[in-house]
Design a binder for this molecule. Sequence first.
Ligand SMILES: Cc1cc2nc3c(=O)[nH]c(=O)nc-3n(C[C@H](O)[C@H](O)[C@H](O)COP(=O)(O)OP(=O)(O)OC[C@H]3O[C@@H](n4cnc5c(N)ncnc54)[C@H](O)[C@@H]3O)c2cc1C
Ligand code: SF4
Ligand code: SF4
Ligand code: SF4
Length: 505
Amino acid sequence: MELKGNSLIAYNVLEKKILNNGFCTLCGACEAACPTSALHIISEKVNRLYDCSKDIDLCPICYEICPHSEALLLRSLKFVADAPIKNEAIGYYRKMVLAQAVDPKLRQQSHGGAVVTALLNYGIETKIFDSAIVSQSEPENPSKPKPAVALVPDDILSAVGSKFFPSSVAKAYGSAVYSHGKSAIAFVGVPCHVLALRKMEAWQHKIIDKLKITIGLFCFGTFSFSSMLEYIEKTYKIRASDIKQMHLSSKFAIQTEKGEIRIPLSEIEQHIMPSCRTCMDFTSELADISVGGAYPLKDWSTVIIRTKAGEDFFYKAVENGIISTWVIEQEPKVFERVMLAAMQKRAEALKKAMEMEEYYGYLPTLLLRETPDLAKYKVEEIMTKNIQIVPESMFVSQFLDYVAKHHHIGYPVENEKGELVGWVTIEEAANVAKKKRNETSVGEIARKTLVVAYPDETALDVFKRMSEYETGRVVVIDRVGSKLLGIVTKADLMHALAKQAEKRV
Ligand SMILES: Cc1cc2nc3c(=O)[nH]c(=O)nc-3n(C[C@H](O)[C@H](O)[C@H](O)COP(=O)(O)OP(=O)(O)OC[C@H]3O[C@@H](n4cnc5c(N)ncnc54)[C@H](O)[C@@H]3O)c2cc1C
Ligand code: SF4
Ligand code: SF4
Ligand code: SF4
């Protein structure tokens, strides 16, 4: 936080680190949370309409709750950290299923399973919540999101489908509380939107006790409105007002009255917002319920249920015939795609992060970094025990089914004598050509160098070793008999840090 004269004003830091560097994704959380109503999003930019330091001499809010600052991040993890499954690619969760709205008309409109729309409708109709924050379409520019406070099912229906530009949904959350007096609000947003709300929750901001449920969307990134539309107009002669809808499958599809064009994501990635380049969250890891595509299946969505509140709400909708579900374990391709997309997003973010830090002198994301707090934990306290081991003779096709069933990314590999011979992950398996997966064994593709740790070492030792060997996991073995005791992943280290942050509150 920056000292200005006698004052401790977060806006100075927000401006310098986030706004001036172009890291703002226009969520509007700072506007909703500002105690002096000084901040307003006008013309796609956060503006401070007057100098708040004239009224107050201490306010850390806008910088701390901004999803692109490092503040409050570990404390925000506590809202999901009691879930039984901890996965290094998609975070904490209870269940992962495929789902779709039972109503086929809804599914037709959404390009996915219309799960979000069906859940929100159900919640409003049954008065589980009194409003929902959604992103409708701007009437003049249907591809541009218009954040809105939905009060009746029609408001929700008009938000069906994804818009791939920034939406100020956290600002709309503020309006739901301040202007509409709502007290049980459902919130839908991409991971950074959900994070902003969780940070408000960690901060115990006065408007956050009205939040009933958060539904997070999977997200590869959002585009800068002006630069993307300029490119589309110049390259494809399509004006913003002609775009009816955009959707994502294997390519990015743009629909107009004249038809559909399909563009590879790599062609337009330079128009993605700067913050998205170092964002590591693909699946909205802090939401109560996360929803994303279920490619290659049409009409289905992937649903990750993370909290008890999310679970209760989701299964009420299932029991009442609003949503139908299907076991994801029966569709290993969907599971594989979600995991790979999440891992790829993390890996690319890490690669970009160092470059960006050098260039901007600031990193708009939280990375797991070396910190003395890690030295407070012994490996045996944080390791995951009872791990599954796969035999080296298992075929890659069988391994991918196994991964879908057990939901972990990587597994130790053992030979016939029960000796550890390597480590295999979904990444190595996915690199094997499809037609060769029935004849290639896990033993052939496993990494033979095992990075090991001992139970009496600290989490900091493990972190350093992970960095040295550029791996996200180590196996823990007994110092005496080299017996496999467990594994430690980066998710375990994050978990330890989250616990540490929790103790400080
Ligand atoms: C920017 C963006 C990137 C995405 N990237 C991926 C991806 O890479 N892979 C993947 O599997 N899924 C991605 N998704 C999620 C996917 O497109 C669907 O939103 C998700 O599968 C839910 O589908 P549904 O049929 O249940 O939703 P629907 O029932 O159609 O409801 C969609 C909901 O999304 C909300 N919404 C739409 N646009 C925005 C926005 N810009 N900001 C906040 N909320 C919005 C609306 O309020 C609506 O309630 C992305 C979504 C967005 C908005
Ligand atoms: S008063 Fe508003 S603008 Fe000023 S530091 Fe606080 S939150 Fe930021
Ligand atoms: S809180 Fe949201 S709107 Fe405010 S600066 Fe951060 S990203 Fe931008
Ligand atoms: S990629 Fe991350 S920062 Fe970018 S819009 Fe999605 S959640 Fe926000």
